[in-house]
Design a protein around this ligand. Structure first.
Ligand code: NAD
Ligand code: UDX
Length: 466
């Protein structure tokens, strides 16, 4: 089937970049991204391309090239569904915060709303593509809603999970390791649907990197990939604590094990713990699925990845308190970085939030600098935890537009995100304007120990023993 019109429901961190790249690579396809969030759509339509709601290196240029030609952002969801032969669902699937499965299962209410809306509007056959990360077997729920509430039109459901990482989304979309498409190839219609999506990706991705599987394998592969990646981070973070106790250096250990081709060198950076909207949510979801099948050992195995991650965040803040003579009350601590990783403005599940919350509970004064995150986002992240009153957060936490200003009169600096610019700061100048002794807690291991210590700092580097 030759696709001419694509609709994507959900203009977020996945929908926006993914569809912008499809529009760029397939100039003959009209791509319309819709969302119920009017402010988000208005931001995607900003005159100034610096104001797009998602910051990703290279994304603004692609939007500039395609927007108004074959890429459109709209709040008219019905119209876009009606026009499209293929509809991607790319809405959020957060962890449930209520009812059965609270704190574990994926909340599928947004997915279900999309399915009902597609069923209501569709007058011609549609291919519906799951782009969101979903529990295995969600496609059958979507299919039953579409078939039973629809207007008698035929729906084919495909699973096409997204593997992009934030901060490198454009590069990951242009040159993915692989694209995964799950579909029901036992029927002619299913085969045609799979082929239609394969054809779109084939415009720029070599065929051998486009994998087709059954729907359940595709859905489960996404959860599995994230679980494996997060597990590597928790594993190296576990080793970072042993390194600190034994005098080993986790970066040397990572290098040594990463050169074993069976292990591989990627995803072995010790850190303040993984953040981001995906890892924790997807592992919790996996744990919930395992438990629901009575697979308790499997559930416990994966849950440990999350337990280790929480421990890594808590031990980082505990170390700051104990190093600063067991009290941070009234002391200014500067956070360099708030985003969950560099090159993104996304702060979802960022370790900085939990670490700040721990230190605020110890009555520290926190000053935050992040090159891409807005003050309102930082306050909303900390208020969302509900640990203390909004006014107390406002009184204890300040946000600076300037890193040097953020560090002035500070007792300690905590590096929470690995932004490149931090490496090139004038650390002599920062040292001069701090309280003494001046401490740096490098949660990303990005500074050079000898240089920093020669300036006079007391330097703690994650995973580095004395
Ligand atoms: P997001 O919150 O940034 O965007 C989702 C958007 O969907 C929001 O703008 C929301 O307003 C919109 N939406 C919700 N319900 C809607 C409805 N009924 N109609 C129209 N719009 C609606 O989320 P995201 O980060 O883009 O993630 C989307 C999905 O992709 C999730 O399932 C996530 O697990 C998965 N995923 C995310 C990443 C990532 O790096 N963020 C990577 C791979 C997969
Ligand atoms: C992740 C997956 O990588 C991606 O394939 C999936 O589509 C979405 O979830 P993302 O969360 O955007 O992507 O970023 P990622 O690079 O995976 O980093 C996640 C977290 O782990 C970040 O907080 C990062 O700082 C941390 N991390 C990553 C480490 O602490 N050490 C590492 O070695 C790698």
């Amino acid at each position: 089937m030759n696709i001419k019109n694509i609709c994507c429901i959900g203009a977020g961190y996945v929908g926006g970049p993914t569809m912008a790249v499809i529009a760029k690579q397939c100039p003959n396809i009209k791509v319309t991204i819709v969302d119920i969030n009017e402010a988000r759509i208005a931001a995607w339509n900003s005159v100034n391309f610096d104001d797009l709601p998602v910051f990703e290196p290279g994304l603004a240029d692609i939007v500039k090239e395609t927007r108004g030609k074959n890429l459109f952002f709209s709040t008219d969801v019905d119209k876009a569904i009606d026009e499209a032969e293929m509809i991607f669902i790319s809405v959020n699937t957060p962890t449930k915060t209520y009812g059965k499965g609270k704190g574990m299962a994926a909340d599928l209410k947004y997915i279900e709303l999309c399915a009902r809306q597609i069923a209501k509007v569709a007058k011609q056959n549609k291919i519906v593509v799951e782009k969101s990360t979903l529990p295995v077997r969600t496609a059958s729920a979507i299919k039953s809603i579409l078939d039973e509430t629809g207007n008698g039109v035929q729906f084919q459901i495909l699973s096409n999970p997204e593997f992009l990482a934030e901060g490198t989304a454009v590069q990951d979309l242009l040159m993915p390791d692989r694209v995964l498409i799950g579909g029901d190839t036992s029927t002619k219609e299913g085969e045609i649907a799979v082929q239609s999506l394969v054809n779109i990706y084939s415009e720029w991705i070599p065929k051998k990197q486009i994998l087709t599987t059954n729907v359940w394998s595709s859905e489960l592969s996404k959860l599995t990939a994230n679980a494996f990646l997060a597990q590597r981070v928790s594993s190296i973070n576990a080793m970072s604590e042993i390194c600190e106790k034994t005098g080993a250096d986790v970066r040397e250990v990572s290098k040594a094990i990463g050169m074993d081709s069976r292990i591989g060198s990627k995803f072995l950076n010790a850190s303040v713990g993984f953040g981001g909207s995906c890892f924790q949510k997807d592992i919790l979801n996996l744990v919930y699925i395992a438990k629901s099948y009575g697979l308790n050992e499997v559930a416990d195995y994966w849950e440990q990845v999350i337990i280790m991650n929480e421990h890594q965040k808590n031990r980082f803040s505990d170390n700051i308190v104990s190093t600063l003579y067991n009290t941070v009350s009234g002391k200014k601590i500067t956070f360099l970085g708030w985003a969950f990783k560099k090159d993104t403005n996304d702060t979802r599940e960022s370790s900085a939030i939990k670490i700040a919350d721990n230190l605020l509970s110890e009555q520290a004064k926190i000053s935050v600098y992040d090159p891409k995150v807005t003050p309102s986002q930082i306050y909303s992240d900390i208020d969302y935890l509900g640990t203390r009153a909004y006014e107390d957060n406002k009184a204890l936490l300040t946000v600076s537009k300037d890193a040097y200003e953020a560090c002035n009169e500070s007792h300690a600096i905590a590096i929470l995100t690995e932004w490149d610019e931090f490496k090139n700061y004038d650390w002599n100048r920062i040292y001069k304007n701090m309280q003494k002794p001046a401490f740096i807690f490098d949660g990303r291991g990005i500074l050079d120990k000898n240089t920093i210590e020669s300036i006079g700092f007391t330097y703690y580097k994650i995973g580095s023993g004395n």
